[in-house]
Each structure stands twice: as C-alpha cells, then as structure tokens.
Write a protein that binds this ligand. Structure first.
Ligand code: PLP
Length: 361
C-alpha cells in the first residue's frame, strides 16, 4: 500500500515500535537471569520485586512498604476498586475518562458518575454538587495529559479536590501514567505529592518503557496497601517477577531518564503536527491543547453525524474510535480522541486532511 492509501489509525493509544529499547531490554533480561534467577523464577510475595520497590521508593520519596507492584496499573485499579467499594456504591470519574476504567468499575457493580471537565480540569461546581448528592467511595482522576482529552488539571483544582476528599471522606485514585511525558510547559505536582492519606497513586512503565512488559505500581498508605496486596495474592499468588527484574535492571543502569528524553523528542513533533494540522484543516472543530501525553481530544461541530463520519472515514482509510465509550452516561457523540504518538508526522497530517475533506469544513 503506498502512502496515499495507507490506513491511518486514530483509534489505539499505543507507543510505536520504534519507542521500544529492545536491545537494552535484551541485555537486562540476560543480566537478571544470570544474577537473580533464584528470585525472579520463583514464587514471591505479592508486593513484588523488592529492589524495584526500593528504586521507586527513592524516586517518590516513600518507603518500599508503601509500594505495590503488579502486572500493569489497570490491574491495580481493578484490585483497588474491589477493596474500596462494593456492588451498588457510587464512584466518580472525569467526563470523559479512560474507557477501560469505566468498564472495570462497572464490572465490579459500581455506579459510575462523570464530572464534566473544563480546559483546566474538573468543573469544581459540578464536583461539589455530585459529591454531596452521590457520597462517592472514590474519585478516579487522570490529572496529567488525561486520556482521552489531553487536559491537565490545574494545581488549584488538585488542591480543592484533596480538600473535598478529606472533608467528605472519599478516596482519590490518581492515575498518572503520562506525567513524565511532558513536552512543554511547567510541571504540576501530583495530587499524591501534596500530602494526604486519601490518595492512591497509580503509574506504570507502559508508556515510558513498554506496555507488553506489564509492570505497574501503586503507592499509598500502608494499611490499605496491605489489603490490596492480599487481594492480589489471592488472585495470582505472584506477579510477573521476570519483568520486574528486567525493569529494575534497566532503571538501576540509569537508562530510564535518557529513554524518556528520547521518547519526548520522538513524540513532541508529532503533537505539534497534530495541533497545527487541526488548526489548519479543521478550524471549526474545538480542540484541547495538551502539553504532553498521547492524545488530543476534539469536539465536532453541531450538525456532524459522528456515526456516519466514522463509517465514511473508514472508507477513506481513517479509523476513528467511538467517543461514547469515554463517557459514563453515553454522551460523547461529538467527541473524538486522536492519539498521535504511533503515527508519523506525515500520517498525522494526511489523516487530518482526509477528515477535513469528509467533514467539508
Ligand atoms: C489513563 C490510563 N490508565 C491506565 C492505563 C493502563 O496502563 P497499564 O498498561 O499500566 O495497565 C492506560 C493505558 O492506556 C491509560 O491510558
């Protein structure tokens, strides 16, 4: 297929193959099997590989017994939801939010309610109202370069959310896998770092190293972590120790920071191209302005039938996801999530051009 006809996939938020430091990971696998096989090939306490928990402990300034490792962070979110809430309980998410989180919480029988987003994060008026009404067990939030919009929650809103969590006694599940992929602008402290016993912080090596390696982590207060660890142990006995050993080897060789820098250099031009292409070819579409991460969210103008657009786009070689999947209340008809990291700048430009032709804007 030549470049003109190639299918451009605006559906999945995955890293491109060139993001993977394959050779380095190969070396780490050999080293860990040579030096630590009796640990990483054996059953192990469910909290995970201690040297990696110690390494993360230094990075986040907590002791290792505040850290639980698992097979990716989504699995930890599922365990956590199962411990913190029971069937029929209300929980809050941003509107829109990560579709798999909505699915996972619903699978556990939870009632999921969305809090609308402004350009700088959750709408505080709506948040207060819904907290008072629904008495949620937790609020699941992606504060940096949110999936699916790319929005970052301001520091002021993070503080206010913390105050509300404390005064109304609900947990904050801070899911922050994109935080280190900031391409411009000023870093904002994580909610977890603002110091509260009501925050559980989730992240993983999926976006900064490899998702297939499946290493995620949870940082939080010891008592709740003990319960989640027991749940993990009852589920799988031991997480993937070989992966955790490889990740530790990678980190302690000092390779993670240069890899993140390499990824930023790879992704930043792709984000810039996406924003410029939207401004040039689709000026009447409302877009967000992410400073990092994997996604740019856009709202289609009134009058565009998004279902029809999706099928016409497919005929023109552009795959789009259904915006409604990101909304807990099946709104999202006009919403499009545009992932940019796994596409070349030429593909991004071409994909947006094809969409503008279809929308005739
Ligand atoms: C916001 C968010 N949380 C969690 C995940 C899943 O991450 P992991 O691979 O660590 O399970 C993703 C993956 O795309 C994500 O976008």
């Amino acid at each position: 297929m030549n470049g003109e006809n190639k299918v451009i996939n605006f559906t999945r938020g995955v890293p491109p193959t060139e993001a993977f430091p394959t050779k380095q990971l190969q070396e780490c696998a050999v080293a860990v099997l040579e030096n630590h096989s009796s640990t990483v090939l054996q059953y192990h306490p469910a909290a995970g590989y201690l040297p990696l928990r110690e390494w993360l402990g230094e990075k986040y300034d907590v002791s290792p017994d505040h850290i639980l490792l698992s097979n990716g962070s989504l699995q930890l979110q599922i365990f956590t939801a199962s411990i913190l809430a029971k069937t029929g309980d209300n929980v809050l998410v941003e509107k829109p939010t990560y579709d798999r989180a909505i699915t996972a919480f619903r699978k556990h029988g939870l009632k999921v309610h969305g809090v609308p987003l402004d350009n700088d994060g959750i709408n505080l008026g709506a948040l207060e109202e819904i907290v008072n009404q629904k008495k949620p067990k937790f609020f699941y939030i992606i504060p940096d370069f949110q999936n699916p919009t790319g929005i970052t929650t301001s520091k002021r809103k993070r503080k206010k959310l913390l105050e509300l969590a404390e005064s109304h006694d609900f947990w904050i599940l801070e899911d922050n896998p994109y935080k280190e992929l900031r391409y411009s602008g000023e870093e904002i402290p994580s909610i977890f770092s603002m110091g509260s016993e009501k925050v559980l912080f989730f992240s993983s090596f999926s976006k900064v190293l490899s998702p297939g390696i499946r290493v995620g982590y949870l940082i939080g207060p010891k008592s709740i972590l003990a319960e989640i660890t027991k749940y993990a142990e009852d589920t799988y006995i031991t997480p993937n120790m070989l992966s955790q050993g490889m990740v530790h080897e990678y980190c302690q060789r000092g390779w993670l920071e240069p890899n993140i820098k390499r990824l930023k250099d790879l992704y930043h031009p792709r984000l810039k191209t996406m924003l410029a292409a939207l401004d040039e070819h689709l000026p009447s579409v409302k877009r967000y302005s992410p400073e990092g991460g994997f996604f740019v969210g856009v709202e289609l103008p009134a009058g565009i039938d998004s279902q029809a657009l999706r099928s016409k786009a497919l005929d023109s070689g552009v795959r789009l996801s259904d915006g409604r999947g990101f909304y807990s209340d099946k709104a999202g008809e006009a919403f499009l999530r545009l992932p940019f990291c796994a596409l070349s700048t030429q593909e991004i430009e071409e994909g947006i051009k094809r969409l503008s032709f279809l929308m005739d804007l």
